[in-house]
Design a protein around this ligand. Structure first.
Ligand code: FMN
Length: 145
């Protein structure tokens, strides 16, 4: 069984591209070692992260992440047990949301209370798959350059 969690949080300060790069790089490295996969979105000074892997590994990483001073008010959206990973190829896929259009979709979910999120795992899945598509497109772009 694969354990998944999702949360959102506010960045403590506007993250520069360099700061984001550093964060993603260290996360990728750690996650690869721990067989954790997932996706990190950043836009409007807000993070949204989805993590999947072994239950204990994910819970202890989440504990560590919530203590990170680069963000605050980490709010868990939900957790699920599933048969297979969504982001099997991504130790930490990352997308910086550039256009207001994409950010709008993201903030729309962020405004929901956690209860609403818990009641709507399908919606979360749609959101993640939407971004999984984008991540895939981003990867294709870097491959062709
Ligand atoms: C929004 C956000 C997401 C993070 N995601 C991860 C992650 O997926 N994996 C990870 O190892 N660290 C992540 N971190 C960083 C951890 O908080 C921590 O700095 C990192 O695991 C290094 O810890 P260490 O020095 O004990 O190895 C994240 C930090 C923030 C602010």
């Amino acid at each position: 069984m694969i354990y998944q969690i999702a949360y959102w949080s506010k960045a403590s300060y506007p993250m520069s591209l360099m700061a984001l790069d550093k964060l993603v790089e260290e996360s990728e490295k750690n996650n690869r070692q721990k067989q954790i996969t997932g996706l990190l979105l950043y836009g409007d000074n807000t993070f949204f992260q989805f993590l999947e892997g072994d239950y204990r590994t994910i819970e202890s990483l989440y504990d560590k992440i919530t203590q990170d001073e680069r963000h605050y008010r980490a709010t868990r959206i939900g957790q699920w047990c599933v048969n297979s990973r969504i982001f099997s190829q991504w130790s930490m896929g990352f997308i910086k949301l550039p256009s207001p259009n994409q950010t709008e979709k993201f903030t729309q979910y962020q405004r929901w209370g956690s209860q609403q999120f818990l009641e709507a795992p399908l919606e979360i899945r749609r959101l993640l798959l939407h971004y999984a598509d984008l991540a895939f497109i981003e990867e294709l772009k870097t491959r062709t350059i």
